[in-house]
Ligand binder design. Structure first.
Ligand code: HEM
Length: 325
């Protein structure tokens, strides 16, 4: 009897300790609300409460996607089994940036297939990002929040140098320039998605949209001469003459490539599948700036990434969309 009381007391103390620890862990846990709060601390402008809190500046356009013969022979993606698919395209700048003479660019391509099937591809002009985990994502933005009205540049430098993902990304972006046009920018999925082959096997791949007019950057002196809103006017002039083209490819993972790490660059040769041609042919105003684009909106035959940030990424888009209504 004495032994049993002793055991149950130890058991209940151990359980209480475990609950306490998990309570502490939960308080520290990074969730979509916490990430959204950080975006609001950094970027919120009370004059524009309905604007996106990230990738705020952007414009909309319309185009067509023409799948290749190769893709339908190799992959089970029914949505692509058509000659032409209408596409909505939103171009944006990174973060709360309002000046086009900056490096970060985003592109959403939403393919609108038959029977309501859609595929929303939400991309950046870099092959990798700066955060492998939600914790790193939060840390990246938290270090930029001003303290007593001042951004601590020295602290940002130190944290960037001591966090391998940040350091790696910052080195990568040194080789990316300010692109001359959205038509001279390549866009990447960053995450690795899983594609169903015609044999039913899952193929790990990232995708990229390569501009047919080539990637072109301004020199520093050329960039300074541009207006801070040059992208939209350049786009309008360009599409009035001819559509903007991109070729979409899947880049298949090699056996040693990480498939769950958005900060890992895949180097060397890779097998590719040519998915099709995107042709963007008209400006469509600013209406799509109010929309939300969920990266987990995938057609049958395309399965979500297995990395630690994809899920929370989607949840955060839902939270910020809700807050800005
Ligand atoms: C945990 C990871 C991420 C979080 C929390 C996050 C957060 C956000 C948020 C809050 C928005 C605004 C959504 C809205 O209110 O409509 C946004 C937009 C955007 N994000 Fe992310 N992001 C993440 C990762 C990424 C990655 C890996 C990419 C690139 C592959 C990316 C590309 C974009 C683009 C292009 C937009 C603008 C979409 C549009 O045109 O509406 N983000 N992001």
């Amino acid at each position: 009897m004495k032994n049993r009381i002793g055991f149950s007391r130890i058991y209940s103390i151990a359980t209480s300790l475990m609950l306490l620890c998990s309570g502490i862990l939960m308080a520290d846990e990074v969730d979509a609300e916490k990430i959204a709060d950080t975006f609001y601390k950094l970027n919120y402008n009370p004059k524009t409460p309905h604007m996106k809190i990230n990738h705020a500046k952007g414009f909309c356009s319309i185009g067509q996607f023409r799948p290749s013969n190769e893709v339908t022979k190799r992959l089970n993606i029914k949505l692509l089994d058509k000659k032409e698919i209408p596409a909505l395209v939103r171009y944006s700048l990174g973060g709360a940036e309002m000046d086009d003479r900056s490096k970060g660019r985003g592109m959403v391509v939403k393919l609108q297939g038959e029977d309501g099937a859609t595929w929303t591809m939400v991309m950046l002009n870099s092959e990798i990002n700066f955060a492998r985990t939600p914790e790193e994502f939060l840390k990246f933005f938290e270090m930029k929040i001003p303290v007593n009205g001042k951004v601590d540049v020295q602290k940002i430098k130190e944290i960037t140098q001591s966090t391998p993902s940040f350091k790696n990304f910052s080195a990568y972006m040194k080789n990316v320039g300010i692109s001359k046009s959205v038509a001279n920018t390549a866009y990447y999925s960053i995450h690795t998605f899983w594609f169903e082959g015609v044999d039913g096997k899952q193929i790990a791949a990232r995708w990229k949209f390569i501009p047919t007019d080539g990637v072109k950057y301004f020199s520093d002196s050329e960039a300074k001469k541009q207006s801070k809103d040059f992208l939209q006017s350049e786009f309008k002039t360009r599409v009035a003459k001819k559509p903007i083209g991109y070729k979409m490819y899947l880049v298949l993972a090699n056996p040693n490539d990480p498939t769950d790490d958005t900060t890992a660059l895949w180097s060397g040769k890779h097998k590719e599948i040519f998915v099709g041609d995107l042709s963007v042919d008209s400006y469509d105003g600013l209406g799509c700036n109010g929309d939300v684009f969920f990266p987990n909106d995938l057609p049958s035959g395309v399965n979500p990434p297995k990395d630690p940030i994809f899920q929370i990424r989607n949840e955060t888009y839902g939270v910020t969309f809700g807050r800005r209504q």
